[in-house]
Ligand binder design. Structure first.
Ligand code: ARG
Ligand code: ZN
Length: 466
C-alpha cells in the first residue's frame, strides 16, 4: 500500500488504469468498479493488508535451496471480492514476480513498494470468487520492524527461521497480510534431503525424490498471515497424540535438544492446564519448532506450532501456547489492541507460576507496581501504545497483564475465568476488540468496569491502585 496522498483517489476506473487496460475494461461494459484499498486501514501499519477482497485459502508451493538461499514460489489464492474491483493489491516485498493470473487469465501487474498491484483483465464483481496465481523467486530478505527487530524469512546456518509478526509474511508470499483477514492454508515446501520444513497444522504428505524432500502442511482453521511459518532446518522430530486427541509435532534443532527436552515434555500438561482455564484447545494440531537462531531474540506463537529461536523456558512455552487461544484463535482487528494478545499470554505465565508452586499473580503484580513512576513500565498505556514501535514493549506485556489482574481482583476468580472462557469461545476462529472485551466483562460480572479499564489501559503514567 502506498501512503495515502492528500488528494482523494478518483473513484472512476478510467482515471487510474493505463489506457490499454481501460479500453479492455470499457469493452466489458459500464460500472467497471475501482481499485481496492492498498492497506487494511491500520494506522500502525498503513501498508499492511489490502481492501476490496478476502482471501479464503492460500495454496503455497515453495522450494528453498538452503545452500544458495534461493526461494522459488507459487501462490494460489482463493479469494472473494467484497466490492466491484478493477484492480487490487497484494503485500509482497523483494523477490521477483514472473507472472500473475486471475482465474487463469494473465493479469497486468506492477510493483510499488511493498505492494504487488494486480489489474485483472475484467472487473471482479462484488461477491464473486476468484483465483489469483503468482509465481515468484529470489532470495528473501527480512523486514526491519519499527522497534528495530527483524521479521519474515530469516536465513539461518541450516535453513530459515520464518516468523512474520507483524509484517514479515510479505517477505515470502503475496498476501492480504493483516490479521483482519484470516484464511486456511496449504503449504508445501521442498528442501534438500536431510532438512525438515515445518509449517502450520497437519503434515498431510511427505515425499523424497532426486535428493529433495517435499513437506506438505495443511491448516484448515482460519489463520492470520503473520502466524504462518515455513521454518527450515536440521531437526529431530517427535510426534504423538495427547489424551485429548491433539496431534503434537515437535521439531528440534539438535544443538538445542538437551535443553529443550525437559520443557517440551511438559507441553501436553501445559495444553491440558490451559484448556481447563481457557476452554478447549482451539486447534487439532500442536507442537513446537525449536530452532537454533542466535540474534533473533524472540519467540512467536505461529499457529498450532510455536516457534522458538532457542530452547524455551517453561514460561515462554506457556506464553506462546496461551496465544493459541488469545491472538491466534481470537485475532486482533487492529494492532493497537495488541494487549489482547500479549497481556493475556503474559497473565497466563503468572497463573502458571501461581498454580505450580511459584509466585502468585499478586506477587508478580506487586513487584511491578513497586517500580517508580519514571520506570519504562509506565512509559505509555497498553491500550494505546501509540505506534508500531511499541507493540512488543514492556508496558503492553506487563501492564497488560496487570490490567487483567485488576479485573480478576474486582470481579473475583469465578467471574474472571468465566470471562476468559467466554472470550475464547465467543470469538473462536474470529476476531475481538478491546471494546468487546470490556462489554463481555461487564455483562458477565454485572459490574461497571469502564473506570478500571480506562485507568489501566488508557491512562498515561503510573495508575493509582484501586
Ligand atoms: N508475539 C511474540 C510473543 O511475545 C513476539 C513477537 C515479536 N516480534 C518482533 N518482530 N519483535 O510471543
Ligand atoms: Zn506474546
Amino acid at each position: 500500500a502506498r501512503r495515502r496522498t492528500a488528494v482523494p483517489r478518483r473513484r472512476t476506473v478510467l482515471a487510474t488504469v493505463p489506457v490499454a487496460v481501460a479500453a479492455l475494461i470499457g469493452a466489458t461494459g459500464p460500472a467497471a468498479g475501482s481499485a481496492g484499498a492498498p492497506g487494511a486501514g491500520d494506522p500502525y501499519f498503513p501498508l499492511s493488508g489490502n481492501g476490496g477482497y478476502h482471501v479464503r485459502h492460500y495454496g503455497l508451493t515453495l522450494r528453498y535451496d538452503t545452500a544458495s538461499r534461493h526461494l522459488d514460489g507459487k501462490a494460489v489464492l482463493t479469494a472473494r471480492a467484497t466490492r466491484d474491483l478493477s484492480r487490487f493489491d497484494l503485500d509482497l516485498t523483494g523477490l521477483k514476480v514472473t507472472g500473475v493470473t486471475v482465474d487463469r487469465t494473465p493479469a497486468a501487474f506492477r510493483r510499488d513498494g511493498q505492494e504487488l498491484v494486480v489489474t485483472p483483465r475484467h472487473t471482479l464483481r462484488a461477491g464473486r470468487g476468484f483465483h489469483v496465481t503468482v509465481t515468484y523467486h529470489g532470495t528473501p530478505k527480512p523486514v526491519t520492524d519499527p522497534d528495530g527487530s527483524a521479521d519474515g524469512w530469516i536465513a539461518t546456518d541450516d535453513g530459515a527461521f520464518v516468523a512474520n509478526e507483524p509484517q514479515g509474511a510479505m517477505t515470502w508470499f503475496p498476501a492480504n497480510a493483516h490479521p483482519r483477514d484470516k484464511s486456511s492454508y496449504d503449504i508445501t515446501i521442498t528442501v534438500p534431503r536431510g532438512r525438515t520444513a515445518v509449517a502450520n497444522g497437519a503434515l498431510v504428505g511427505r515425499r523424497t525424490a532426486h535428493g529433495q524432500t517435499a513437506f506438505h502442511w495443511r491448516e484448515t482453521q482460519p489463520m492470520a498471515a503473520y502466524l504462518a511459518t515455513a521454518t527450515v532446518g536440521t531437526f529431530k522430530v517427535e510426534q504423538y497424540t495427547t489424551h485429548d486427541g491433539i496431534h503434537v509435532y515437535n521439531a528440534v534443532d539438535p544443538r538445542e535438544a538437551a535443553r529443550a527436552a525437559p520443557v517440551l515434555k511438559k507441553l501436553p500438561s501445559v495444553l491440558e492446564w490451559e484448556s481447563k482455564l481457557f476452554g478447549p484447545y482451539p486447534f487439532r494440531s500442536a507442537g513446537s519448532i525449536v530452532d537454533h537462531a542466535p540474534g533473533i531474540g524472540y519467540a512467536l506463537e505461529t499457529q498450532t506450532r510455536p516457534l522458538y529461536d532457542s530452547a524455551p523456558d517453561i514460561s515462554t512455552l506457556v506464553h506462546e501456547n496461551a496465544h493459541q487461544w488469545f491472538g491466534d484463535s481470537v485475532s486482533l482487528t487492529a494492532w493497537k489492541d495488541i494487549w489482547l494478545n500479549e497481556g493475556f499470554a503474559t497473565y497466563a505465565e503468572w497463573l502458571y507460576d501461581e498454580q505450580h508452586g511459584g509466585d502468585s499473580a499478586q506477587d508478580a503484580f506487586d513487584a511491578l507496581y513497586a517500580r517508580p513512576a519514571n520506570d519504562h513500565l509506565w512509559a505509555f498505556p497498553p491500550g494505546d501504545p501509540g505506534s508500531g514501535e511499541n507493540i512488543f514493549d514492556t508496558p503492553v506485556y506487563a501492564r497488560g497483564a496487570m490490567t487483567l489482574h485488576e479485573l480478576r481482583k474486582t470481579v473475583g476468580d469465578r467471574d474472571f475465568f468465566r470471562i476468559l472462557r467466554a472470550w475464547a469461545a465467543g470469538h473462536r476462529g474470529g476476531h475481538g476488540t478491546t471494546a468487546q472485551f470490556v462489554r463481555l466483562a461487564e455483562r458477565t460480572s454485572g459490574e461497571r468496569l469502564d473506570g478500571l479499564f480506562h485507568t489501566w489501559l488508557y491512562t498515561k503514567g503510573k495508575p493509582d491502585r484501586a
